[in-house]
Design a binder for this molecule. Structure first.
Ligand SMILES: NC(=O)c1ccc[n+]([C@@H]2O[C@H](COP(=O)([O-])OP(=O)(O)OC[C@H]3O[C@@H](n4cnc5c(N)ncnc54)[C@H](O)[C@@H]3O)[C@@H](O)[C@H]2O)c1
Length: 435
């Protein structure tokens, strides 16, 4: 089977590489010519565990190639996946220009028997609208929808062993083609759910909104803990043991960010209104998550007596979560920029050495490890829960800082550990124990 994937971002590149690992012939297409040139040399443009090895293995096997020529990329494909971005417009709705741009470009070159599979996250109604768009241009191409649920940082594992595959199809022909494409997972007894296209489209948004609500909920519980004497870590553990709730997405922090939850909650809220439906829970999740960032800024400022001018602030982690270099909508952006605006000397260490972060934060000092980043610091702030920050030798760190103040916005240390190493420790959701 020949597969084409349009868009080589976090989703497209991982999908293309994994489909080639299944044994299919895959062509990955992107209109970013310099990205394609790098990929052809085997250079992976994103931070994703094991992706480089799997990519070069399949390139060497002759199953995986890259091109910026759409015609060459889609000509022989049995299935063309679209994995281009669907960012937010300023009004919160989904920007579908990249999807329609790609469809417009590929349609004249695609084999009419092939299936066009939208993998980008798109509002309910888009798959049918794309079908109509193609018909209006004289192309009778089968269009289906396959939401992607992979998590950055665990993307290959999630693609290879997902909890489920959702396939929104309107014909037996599309169903059969997709059964073939996902057969390697079918054999592993991964549930493959065929639905109508609207159900598949909404399933993606409903899943992301639910997870965003879960994160927001525990952050609100953390606010209460700070005022009532409870410990949010223990509350999260206690409720997470209930199978109806589950332990995942109950980690406190500076609020959700990244390329999906913020834009997908906004888009859901927007297109629900177009169907005449209000979603107050989703609206409140968006509002509460925005307020969370402001609250984190206030927490850091109050630890610094509301004056950070000329203070040395060591930031540990800036990506929106661990194990990715993705900075899209990371809570760190407004937090760090606020500190810079108020005159702080900001030093940053992030284990991904994110190029995106370097483009965002100007006039900061970058360091190659957490210890050097903390030399002479007036305050150390943990913003992202990278595993290596859990294993920092706090006693060693204590010797390097000017003032032993640690603000841990992920609450990754126990209060006892932090205090024992001589730090005054401010975490979230555990106020009365703080040093
Ligand atoms: N990032 C995630 O973790 C994730 C997870 C699940 C679903 N999604 C969804 O998948 C989609 C893609 O997300 P992403 O994070 O991979 O995006 P991305 O921004 O990382 O990558 C998109 C790529 O598409 C390319 N592109 C745009 N227009 C093109 C065209 N006309 N022809 C060829 N290439 C084109 C861009 O150059 C870019 O390389 C989005 O809809 C997103 O919501 C993302």
């Amino acid at each position: 089977m020949n597969i084409a994937v349009v868009g080589t971002g976090y989703v497209g590149l991982v999908s293309g590489v994994c489909f080639s690992e299944f044994g299919f012939n895959v062509k990955c297409i992107d209109n970013n010519v310099s990205k394609i040139e790098e990929l052809k040399k085997g250079i992976v443009p994103i931070y994703e565990k094991e992706l480089d090895k799997l990519m070069s293995k399949n390139m060497k096997a002759g199953r995986l190639s890259f091109t910026s020529d759409m015609a060459e990329g889609v000509r022989d494909a049995d299935i063309v996946f679209i994995a281009v971005g669907t960012p937010s417009k300023p009004d919160g709705s989904a920007n579908l220009n990249y999807v329609y741009g790609a469809v417009d470009e590929l349609a004249p070159h695609m084999n009419n028997d092939a299936i066009l599979m939208i993998k980008s996250t798109v509002p309910v109604g888009t798959t049918r609208a794309v079908k109509r768009f193609l018909l209006d241009k004289g192309f009778d191409i089968e269009v289906a929808f396959n939401p992607e649920f992979l998590r950055e940082g665990a993307a290959i594992e999630d693609f290879m062993r997902p909890d489920r595959i959702i396939l929104g199809v309107e014909s037996k022909k599309a169903e059969e083609a997709l059964k073939r494409a996902y057969r390697p997972l079918f054999v592993l007894s991964i549930p493959i759910v065929f639905t109508g296209v609207e159900t598949a489209e909404l399933s993606k948004y409903a899943a992301n909104a639910f997870l965003a609500m879960k994160i927001t909920f525990i952050n609100e519980v953390a606010n209460l803990c700070e005022n009532c004497g409870a410990d949010v870590q223990e509350v999260a553990y206690a409720i997470g043991l209930d199978k109806r709730i589950g332990e995942q997405f109950l980690q406190v922090g500076p609020g959700y960010g990244g390329s999906c939850f913020p834009k997908d909650t906004s888009a859901l809220n927007d297109f629900a209104k177009n169907f005449g439906v209000d979603m107050p829970l989703v609206e409140e999740t968006i509002r509460s998550n925005d307020a969370r960032r402001e609250k984190m800024i206030q927490k850091i400022m109050s630890v610094c007596d509301n004056d950070v001018k000329n203070k040395n602030i060591s930031i540990l982690g800036v990506t929106f979560k661990a194990n990715t270099d993705d900075m899209r909508d990371s809570p760190s952006i407004c937090i760090v920029n606020h500190l810079i605006e108020k005159g702080a000397n900001v030093k940053i260490y992030d284990p991904s050495f994110s190029e995106q972060a370097k483009r965002i934060f100007k006039n900061v000092e970058w360091n190659g490890n957490a210890y050097d980043n903390c030399n002479g610091a007036d305050v150390v702030v943990i913003l992202t829960d990278w595993a290596e920050f859990r294993a920092i030798n706090l006693a060693d760190l204590r010797c390097r800082v000017k003032t032993p103040l640690l603000v841990d916005l992920r609450s990754i240390y126990t209060v006892h550990e932090a205090k024992a190493s001589g730090f005054t420790y401010h975490s979230v959701g555990r106020p009365f124990l703080n040093g």
